[in-house]
Write a protein that binds this ligand. Structure first.
Ligand SMILES: Nc1ncnc2c1ncn2[C@@H]1O[C@H](COP(=O)(O)OP(=O)(O)OP(=O)(O)O)[C@@H](O)[C@H]1O
Ligand SMILES: [Mg+2]
Length: 362
């Protein structure tokens, strides 16, 4: 194990190094008396852990920590702080420092625990990141390999229908239709899986007008609304911090659900925006068949469908994606049954208020 200790005060450096030697016998220790020397040492040779004094002439410990993290984002860094620096320590941890050690109470035991914990956590994080990458690669490969045969199934079922004289509604005709429908479902599932994987990288957030998104959804669902005789309404307007394409997709999915899982004579979905203390609340309300209170969390899980396939042919992935997209926009989504006597469901979305981020919203 190799540790780099950075401190401009020779006495403090001697004490920390001696304690570190006692804490973990056999550990290789290198020292640097200023930020630049430490940076040069790290650039030339990697370490398992770095201990940095917060207060040094020329650069503070946090600046050095961020320069070192630019070289190796995974290396654990412990910040040694003077008295009364608790607020700074909390900030430091937000900026990626593993832990802080108050100099006044530093002990060999404390140092051993802090170094071991920081290195263990960094190794676990590295392992998880590597496994995640493997899974993503596997999912992409799987999706790619699934799409080709499922496209072929659709094409060949169609070709078979053209080649052989198949009477409409005959058993063979039905079988070919089942093959096409199943292959189409497989394709949609694969697309959903891919979107889910891609949402792991957070998108850039910008001020977004809900009115503009609503107009886009009305346009996209024009045929759908005409076919089913449904109505989409917007009440109020809002400017939220979000991502236009993602929010559009979330609201469109919820609107389609509200119109699809609906047996009213006139299916209606209303999107209402309101400013609340925590940000902007968007309530999407429908007059559909409703969802039992015991199912309101479950429906966000992948592949959960409450109705039989014969009623509606969905993949059960729309709301899983919606929740993931909302989290990527630092927002939330939940579902509630509509209070009686009304029938239907309400989806409540919370997002940041763009007006509260006026520098960005300008
Ligand atoms: N507004 C709603 N009213 C009643 N039931 C709903 C509503 N929205 C969703 N559900 C139920 O929750 C299930 C999950 O919805 P979700 O949108 O995730 O998947 P889906 O609509 O089945 O398929 P897709 O992935 O194509 O959207 C649906 O199958 C349906 O049973
Ligand atoms: Mg759906």
């Amino acid at each position: 194990m190799k540790v780099l200790i950075v401190d401009d005060d020779p006495l403090a450096m001697f004490m920390t190094s001696s304690m570190a030697e006692m804490a973990i016998p056999g550990m290789a220790i290198q020292t640097a008396a200023c930020a630049q020397d430490a940076f040069d040492l790290f650039a030339a040779d990697r370490f398992d852990c770095v201990l940095i004094d917060y207060e040094m002439p020329g650069a503070n410990g946090l600046e050095l920590a961020s320069r070192i993290h630019a070289l190796d984002p995974a290396v654990p860094i412990l910040l040694c702080t003077g008295a009364g620096n608790e607020t700074l320590a909390a900030d430091a941890i937000k900026q990626g420092v593993s832990d802080y050690l108050p100099k006044a109470t530093l002990s060999a035991d404390g140092l051993r625990r802090a170094i071991r914990d920081a290195i263990d956590k960094a190794r676990q994080a590295h392992l998880i990141a590597a496994q995640r990458k493997d899974i993503e690669m596997f999912a992409f490969a799987l999706a790619h390999d699934f799409k080709q045969p499922s496209r072929q199934l659709v094409t060949f079922a169609e070709l078979a229908r053209q080649e052989a004289p198949v009477a409409d509604g005959s058993q063979l005709d039905q079988m070919l239709q089942f093959i096409s429908a199943a292959a189409g479902r497989l394709n949609r599932l694969v697309d959903g899986m891919m979107e889910f994987m891609l949402l792991s990288a957070p998108p850039p957030l910008r001020p977004v007008e809900v009115d503009a998104i609503f107009a886009g959804i009305c346009l996209a669902l024009q045929d759908f609304l005409q076919e089913r005789g449904g109505v989409l309404d917007l009440v109020g307007s809002a400017r939220v911090m979000g991502h236009e394409a993602l929010l559009g997709q979330v609201l469109q999915n919820i609107a389609i659900n509200g119109l699809t899982y609906n047996e009213s004579a006139l299916p209606r979905v209303e999107i209402a925006c309101a400013k609340v203390a925590a940000g902007i609340e968007i309530r999407v309300c429908d007059n559909g068949i409703g969802i039992d209170a015991c199912d309101v969390d479950r429906i966000f899980e992948p592949l959960v469908r409450l109705n039989g396939r014969e009623a509606h042919d969905g993949s059960g992935i729309g709301l899983t994606l919606a929740r993931r997209a909302m989290a990527a926009m630092q927002g939330t989504i939940r579902c509630e049954p509509r209070p009686p006597p009304d029938r239907g469901t309400v989806f409540v979305l919370m997002l940041g208020d763009a007006a509260a981020n006026s520098d960005l919203a300008a």
